[in-house]
Design a protein around this ligand. Structure first.
Ligand code: BJ8
Length: 422
């Protein structure tokens, strides 16, 4: 801890305010994670990462920077990590899932902005997140209006590169995205001083694909009738995926999956009798565990997340057969443009995904969770609900934020929904 303080000071953090954040974390971890029964032993790695979330990984990144390395902070599942690692950099997600950062963001943004965006700005300007302090450059993307305008404000304080994500999925849009990836290559080459070679990119495509495969393996295990792991634990793993070292993360997920294989063989069920729930909607950045916690203490078990802290993050591999840089970039573009974010139109693929996942994971019902003021997901919720009704799948729509003000009310609604499930 003493070392952490030295590091946080060196990073120019507001130690006093940050202490307040550190004070609430152990209680939250105890309430949400440690209170669960029958957890897999191999969650211990992820618990350790969480317990020292502002210590262990930031220290590694600080060390990396001291040796000349460059760190790139990212905000979205569309930013291709492969490219950053291929330039010898490190990509790290910039989590923004805490209410703690929201008031800070409200000093810069209208109050009726999505909490994820407000927390992004609060974390940076309040100087209370080491990841936000240590990143040499932020990589944003034109997704929703709130994010893209917020990046303009962030860009006044930190070097920022914004990728122009097309919002349709025609062939010409995929070509355009490939161009954006080429531009990202040029940017990371300039910042790191390293060339992205075909050899390096090919290697990193494999590394990140392996990470996706490990997550797919974890999710496949959740398809079992007896849930070998809770949704809450899986959400934590998905959140850590954004910022841990990819090779170590892949290894630790596979170690956990070995244990889960055994649990499945032994018929272990972490939530006997619970109703199987698929969550769809907006991402749940660390430490936002609100909905999982409510559902899993109300007679449900979350068996899948159609979110960017879920299947949207890892489904679909980058084709590894590319030989030239151009071929690899095109393969990367195609994989990432397969993600179905609500900022796209039309976005039929997302409705198909939710219905497919509901069937694959044999769920009893879907809970569509929308962060307040996220217009794209909110509007898409209308059609999603219709499609699910047509498919005979029960759905509950929830709109919420990072506060606990509505937790009891949501719990009542979730309990009532779960009671309706056959
Ligand atoms: S690919 S979901 S990570 S943009 S910030 S859209 S919640 S109003 S995060 Fe996202 Fe990339 Fe899409 Fe995924 Fe809404 Fe808030 Fe915007 Fe948000």
């Amino acid at each position: 801890m003493a070392d952490n303080y030295a590091m946080w000071k060196e990073l120019g953090m507001d130690i006093e305010t940050h202490d307040m954040l550190c004070e609430v974390l152990p209680g939250a971890i105890g309430d949400v994670f440690m209170s669960q029964e029958n957890r897999p032993e191999k969650m211990d790695f992820f618990d350790m990462v969480l317990a020292d979330v502002h210590g262990i990984r930031p220290a590694e990144l600080v060390e990396f920077r001291k040796n000349g390395g460059k760190v790139f902070g990212t905000f979205c599942a569309y930013v291709p990590d492969e490219v950053i690692f291929a330039a010898g950099g490190i990509a790290t997600g910039l989590c923004a899932g805490s209410q703690f950062w929201v008031p800070g963001g409200e000093r810069y943004l209208p109050a009726n902005t999505c909490p994820l965006i407000k927390a992004m700005l609060g974390a940076r300007f309040d100087k209370t997140c080491p990841f936000y302090r240590l990143a040499d450059m932020y990589i944003g993307e034109n997704t929703c209006d709130g994010k893209k305008k917020a990046y303009e404000i962030l860009g006044t304080d930190v070097p920022m590169h914004v990728m122009d994500l097309p919002q349709m999925k025609r062939d010409k849009d995929i070509v355009k995205w490939a161009d954006e990836i080429k531009e990202l290559i040029a940017v990371v080459e300039e910042v790191t001083g390293n060339k992205v070679t075909p050899e390096a990119l090919s290697e990193e495509i494999k590394v990140i694909n392996a990470k996706r495969q490990a997550l797919q393996r974890l999710y496949d295990l959740r398809k079992n009738a007896k849930a070998p792991i809770s949704g809450t634990d899986t959400l934590l793993i998905s959140q850590i995926a954004y910022y841990d070292d990819p090779k170590r993360f892949t290894q630790m997920v596979n170690v956990l999956c070995d244990e889960l294989d055994q649990r499945v063989a032994d018929g272990v069920d972490v939530a006997p009798g619970a109703k199987r729930i698929l969550i769809s909607g907006t991402p749940m950045a660390i430490p936002n565990w609100k909905m999982h916690n409510i559902i899993e203490t109300s007679g449900g078990v979350v068996v899948c997340e159609e979110t960017c802290t879920g299947t949207r993050y890892f489904e679909g591999q980058v084709d590894e057969s590319g030989e030239t840089l151009d071929e690899m970039v095109m393969n990367i573009a195609e994989r990432y443009m397969g993600i179905n974010c609500a900022c796209f139109t039309p976005n039929e693929g997302r409705f198909d995904d939710v219905i497919r996942l509901a069937k694959e994971y044999n769920v009893d019902g879907v809970i569509d969770v929308n962060l307040k003021f996220c217009t794209t997901y909110d509007i898409e919720g209308y059609t999603l609900e219709q499609r699910l009704n047509e498919a005979g799948i029960k759905v509950l729509g929830i709109e919420t934020d990072y506060t606990d003000n509505d937790a009891q009310q949501i719990k009542t609604r979730v309990e009532a929904f779960i009671e309706t499930l056959a």
